[in-house]
Design a protein around this ligand. Structure first.
Ligand SMILES: Cc1ncc(COP(=O)(O)O)c(C=O)c1O
Length: 375
């Protein structure tokens, strides 16, 4: 963009959108291959499921395509009923979204007055900040701990009477860290009078692969009146491209959130695939086991002096490289491996690496070791 264009945008854009950084997704494989002239590139940058979509979901999606001339069920009845039965909640407690990302934006619009604050911590998922900023709501990032976990004391200290939405990922993206059960209880107990707590469990099914590690579970909060739990079919179910997620909360909150939703936001194919994916327990179990073994390998084979692989209960790990992450990211690109540089997340010396299938993980680890030096 020329300087003229920038000046013009500043003239027409509302104040809260001027200078706002848009979310930078991981580099697509095709783009890397085009730009760097490499083939067979491997992307471990978007926390996707390397095992692909749940097979049952794929079959259901194919079948649903035949009815593509019809609008989807706007109420998502079949999927919400199945989710309700599985979770032990009334379907009126469930809202569907075009990915849980869409629901995050929707919750900010539905629940926050213009001066209400959205609170999280400095290394939380970037969409929390963006959802607040695009709606012109103040975003407050509490300090994190030295090991980049949510600092519960700092988070609670950041609460004010204007705090309206507290957004917490557990496991958190990009750190992979979790909030413990006791920590979540402290946070919920400290919520200011008007505030709601959103537990973002996009990676919750992965955390189940680490049963020995204490972590808060959204399942324990499904009936708490001021808590909403967000989940997605993008991660362990492998349906990121279809865009479907859901939120569980008090029916009154669900109704309010629904007021700002777009009709037909979840396609019929996505609904059918998600419904079938729920029964694909085999795929879920395999995906969780693969993630745990890949994280353990990363920790064992990449950690070393100056290099920390942070403990993660998800399908990715944050790596502190002890030096600028951008050249490391580029060196890995030249080897055909796409990771995620973390400068935009306030972690300029870190990269984030998603898990890959076992053979591909060999390649990822070899590239990391070569670029990061002997460990
Ligand atoms: C913590 C967290 N929450 C929510 C999402 C949104 O996922 P989706 O919109 O695909 O459901 C992501 C995606 O990366 C995430 O990492």
């Amino acid at each position: 963009m020329s300087d003229n264009d920038t000046a013009w945008i500043d003239l027409v854009a509302p104040r809260h959108l001027r200078g706002l950084d848009v979310y930078q997704p991981g580099k697509p494989v095709e783009e890397l291959e085009r730009e760097y002239g490499v083939t067979g590139a491997l992307k471990v940058a978007s926390n996707e499921n390397p095992l692909g979509p749940a097979p049952r979901a794929l079959a259901a999606a194919h079948a649903a395509l035949a009815s593509s001339h019809l609008y989807p069920d706007a109420s998502g009845f079949a999927l919400r009923t199945a989710l309700g039965a599985r979770l032990g909640v009334d379907p009126a407690q469930i809202i569907l979204g075009g990915g849980s990302n869409e629901l995050l934006y929707q919750l900010v619009t539905a629940f926050c007055d213009p001066d209400d604050e959205v609170v999280s911590h400095e290394y939380a998922f970037l969409s929390y900040r963006l959802a607040a900023q695009t709606a012109a709501r103040p975003f407050v990032a509490a300090r994190a701990t030295a090991d980049r976990r949510c600092d519960v004391d700092a988070l609670i200290a950041a609460f004010t009477p204007r705090t309206k939405l507290v957004l917490l990922g557990t496991p958190n993206n990009p750190t992979g860290s979790v909030v413990t059960k006791a920590e979540m209880e402290r946070i919920a107990a400290a919520l200011p009078a008007r505030a709601l707590l959103v537990i973002d469990e996009a990676y919750g099914e992965y955390a189940a692969a680490w049963p020995e590690i204490d972590h808060a579970r959204g399942a324990d909060w499904l009936h708490a009146p001021r808590v909403m739990v967000l989940r997605t079919f993008s991660k362990i179910y492998g349906l990121a491209g279809l865009r479907v997620g859901y939120g569980v909360g008090h029916p009154a909150l669900i109704e309010l959130a629904g007021r700002v939703g777009r009709t037909f936001n979840v396609s019929a194919v996505a609904q059918a695939a998600a419904l079938a994916a729920l029964d694909d327990t085999d795929h879920v179990a395999k995906s969780a086991a693969l993630a745990r073994s890949a994280i353990e390998r990363l920790t064992r084979e990449v950690s070393g002096p100056g290099i920390t692989v942070y403990p993660s209960l998800a399908n990715f790990a944050l790596i502190e490289t002890g030096r600028p992450g951008k050249p490391i990211y580029e060196a890995l690109l030249r080897r055909g491996v796409i990771v995620r540089p973390m400068a935009a997340w306030g972690l300029p010396t870190c990269i984030r690496v998603s898990v890959a299938a076992a053979e591909q993980m060999d390649r990822v680890i070899a590239a990391l070791r070569a670029v990061l030096g002997p460990t």
